[in-house]
Design a protein around this ligand. Structure first.
Ligand SMILES: *Cc1c(COP(=O)(O)O)cnc(C)c1O
Length: 394
């Protein structure tokens, strides 16, 4: 019934599975028939503290019953608190602008970079270099910032000017010129195949960009908020970018985006804005998520889950040596690169039938983005079901 309703009234932009989820508990989802599923996707890296998290739900409910929104024309207490918390956890003196999504955060980052290019150079610099396998969002500008050619469909042209792509980090050096205002990369490419870059390569690039006065933008929409093991992957890589963007896991599923920058005076009043961005609801949720994850990290539980997931993932990959070439990623952003790939979608369908949700990235990567609070039992059960699924299709 709801399937027909959805098909009739909702625009058809997603390859949608018509399971009707009703409830969730940490990394477990329940559908309308009472079936349970282990969730290795966390809503594509969003439900960082799990489904049905009581602390988050209470914080949201309490906030909602007082105030949801007043606009950015007035002080928003949880917004100020969340911005302060972000700066403290990151450990740098950054200011934050709040948006509603990853793409919007990246738009904000690009605007900020262009302002830098206008203000600081006689001949305005405005060009942004990104990587070929990157993903930066779905708005018309962030689609153009995304390096994967398949996203630049002629259907939506013309696209904004000022973006170019390089295959690898080492190719960036030769392409920076006096029109380049910024380089934007993900430290671990998510949609592009769960591909982490080498720490030394990234640090070398950061030093080069600083020397050339070219801004370094790090898209941490997927890697941010403890997914890498540290608050930011930037912390893990030991770099200090000019601009960092966050979104997915930041408010546990309440829409939010954030632009962090050390250039705190670049945007002036009126330069940028958002009606919903940073409202009471989303920033209160963000604050609770950060409080939960901070203590989870400090107690050692987060690192323990990472080690356990890693061991189970490797054990699983080893059980199918003909299928999987490599275990990739870091923290709880992981992938299995399969060689001679059979239809990954078929595997994902079979996994669904066995009651475990997994994702695909790039052409040949089976992707795992579980809630950061996933338990050992849930990890065990998920891999058990995944084995059953694989045995059925192989
Ligand atoms: C998901 C993602 C985006 C886009 O975020 P939306 O909230 O869907 O706009 C941008 N960059 C990266 C790295 C992402 O993973």
């Amino acid at each position: 019934m709801y399937k027909e309703m959805d098909k009739k009234y909702v625009l058809n932009t997603y390859p949608r599975n018509y399971v009707n989820f009703k409830q969730g508990s940490n990394a477990t989802l329940f559908d309308d028939k009472g079936r349970d599923y282990i969730d290795f996707t966390a809503g594509i890296g969003v439900t960082s503290v799990g489904h049905g998290n009581a602390r988050l739900a209470n914080a949201i409910a309490e906030q909602a019953s007082n105030l949801i929104h007043t606009s950015n024309l007035y002080l928003i207490e949880p917004q100020a608190k969340l911005a302060k918390k972000i700066a403290e956890l990151y450990g740098e003196d950054v200011g934050t602008f709040f948006a509603n999504s990853g793409a919007e955060a990246n738009e904000g980052a690009i605007k900020l970079a262009r302002k830098y290019g206008e203000k600081n150079f006689e001949n305005k610099r405005y060009k942004v270099i990104t990587l070929a396998h990157s993903f930066h969002g779905r708005t018309i500008t962030t689609v153009k910032a995304t390096g994967q050619k398949s996203f630049h469909k002629p259907d939506f042209s013309p696209y904004p000017d000022g973006f170019s792509y390089e295959q690898n980090i080492k190719d960036i050096y030769g392409s920076v010129n006096d029109e380049t205002v910024a380089v934007m990369i993900e430290l671990v490419q998510g949609e592009g195949g769960v591909q982490p870059f080498d720490k030394k390569d990234v640090q070398k690039l950061a030093a080069f960009l600083k020397e050339k006065d070219v801004l370094f933008i790090v898209d941490e929409v997927q890697t941010g908020v403890y997914r890498s093991g540290e608050f930011l992957a930037t912390n893990l890589y030991g770099i200090k970018p000019d601009i960092i963007t966050l979104a997915k896991g930041l408010a546990g599923g309440v829409p939010i985006g954030a632009v962090l920058t050390t250039h705190k005076d670049l945007f002036e009043v009126g330069d940028h804005g958002s009606t919903f961005g940073g409202n009471f609801l989303s920033t209160r949720a963000g604050l609770e998520v950060l409080n939960i994850l901070e203590s989870y990290k400090n107690s050692g539980e987060l690192d323990e889950s990472f080690i356990y997931f890693d061991s189970k993932l490797k054990e699983f990959a080893l059980a199918y040596p003909k299928m999987f070439d490599e275990v990739v990623g870091l923290g709880l952003m992981r992938g299995l690169r399969c060689f001679d790939c059979v239809d990954l979608s078929k595997l994902i369908d079979s996994a669904f039938k066995e009651g475990v949700l997994v994702l695909k990235a790039g052409r040949n990567t089976l992707r795992f983005l579980p809630p950061l609070t996933i338990t050992k039992n849930e990890i065990n059960e998920g891999f058990k079901r995944l084995k059953n699924a694989f045995n059925k299709v192989n």
